[in-house]
Write a protein that binds this ligand. Structure first.
Ligand code: SF4
Ligand code: SF4
Length: 332
């Protein structure tokens, strides 16, 4: 095994040192079972996870729960739903205690007087046309007004196969709204016609994602290695899937042999007792899962495998930096 020092020059070594101090330990929380949208392909509703458990409504219970989570070592809370902004008291129970990221569709603005530096990731599913088909409305028109120029917000742009050749216009609109963007790929959980990826399309979108990163480095938070891994589903010759996925709830994880996984990771339902299988859908076929965070984590937990060459380790560092930037552990 080669050593970090033998693989990296001083510049890369310094970058490595910065991330090696972070020790990010995240878990994911369903804040509510409700949403003000019903997107076709939302993993939460399509797999009936919104019916897995009744919502805990007592905010004091949420506060005590977050305290217990911190004792468990969690230092990054990722809030999803449903739509977390429907329950701001619950969001506040996390935000007052630890670094918190809130995934939102952006239709309701998080009040910045109450949550000045809460990280918000706004979901966006393509252009106006795609969004009307998949989400019932053009959410960007509303969310971009709500969050224009906000330094703690970025778009989580879920690219569909229909976006090939059309992503630049969206990325420019995001730049012009003074916001950042991170890209991932749609997993077509409800089999909507025309929205499943074909191999040639994945090759094309990888080239386009690379080109967007080159053309808009101030706006796009990404890395080319991440584009490679998410579009090919391969990392160092290994295929992504159930036996490799790092984002599986640890107490439920009976895989043998156990793969590298996120330390103490749990995705909690909104009753604060029930656990979901993984960071996405209980019913999703892992062989077609395109979840961006799971792929990023897959790279991040496999540092040793990236120590065969300087380029591999640099790729690993870039993915780790990207993740840290998305959750504001490193500045943009
Ligand atoms: S906005 Fe998010 S939580 Fe709501 S239905 Fe769409 S994908 Fe699901
Ligand atoms: S659905 Fe995706 S995130 Fe969930 S276990 Fe399978 S590969 Fe991992």
């Amino acid at each position: 095994m080669k050593t970090i020092s033998s693989l990296l020059d001083e510049h890369w070594h310094e970058r490595y040192r910065k991330i090696s101090r972070l020790n990010i330990r995240s878990s994911i929380y369903d804040v509510t079972n409700r949403c003000n949208l019903r997107c076709k392909g939302c993993f939460f509703f399509s797999s009936n996870e919104h019916k897995a458990a009744p919502e805990e409504t007592d905010v004091a219970e949420w506060e005590a729960f977050v305290d217990r989570e911190m004792e468990r070592g969690v230092n990054l809370a990722i809030l999803i739903g449903g739509e977390p902004t429907l329950c701001l008291d619950r969001v506040e129970a996390f935000y007052k205690r630890l670094p918190t990221f809130c995934a939102s569709n952006g239709l309701i603005k998080v009040p910045r007087d109450r949550f000045p530096d809460l990280m918000v990731g706004i979901s966006l599913w393509g252009d106006e046309q795609d969004e009307r088909v998949l989400r019932g409305r053009d959410t960007f028109a509303i969310s971009s007004k709500n969050y224009e120029g906000d330094p703690y917000t970025y778009y989580l742009f879920t690219i569909t196969p229909k976006q090939i050749g059309r992503t630049e216009r969206i990325i420019r609109k995001i730049r012009d709204a003074g916001l950042k963007v991170h890209m991932q790929l749609l997993s077509n959980d409800e089999g909507v016609s025309g929205f499943s990826w074909k191999p040639g399309e994945l090759t094309a979108i990888r080239a386009e994602m690379d080109a967007m990163l080159d053309a808009y480095p101030e706006t796009v938070i990404s890395s080319k290695y991440y584009h490679e891994v998410i579009t090919t589903g391969m990392m160092l010759g290994r295929p992504f899937g159930w036996m490799e996925c790092p984002s599986v709830t640890q107490p439920l994880d009976k895989r043998d042999p156990a793969p590298k996984h996120l330390t103490n990771f749990i995705r909690w339902a909104s009753d604060l007792k029930t656990m979901h299988r993984c960071c996405t859908s209980e019913t999703r076929d892992c062989s077609t899962c395109k979840d961006g965070a799971a792929h990023m984590s897959w790279v991040m937990v496999n540092k040793r495998a990236h120590m065969a060459s300087t380029r591999d380790l640099q790729n690993w560092i870039e993915v780790y930096e990207m993740f840290a930037k998305l959750y504001k552990f490193l500045p943009w």
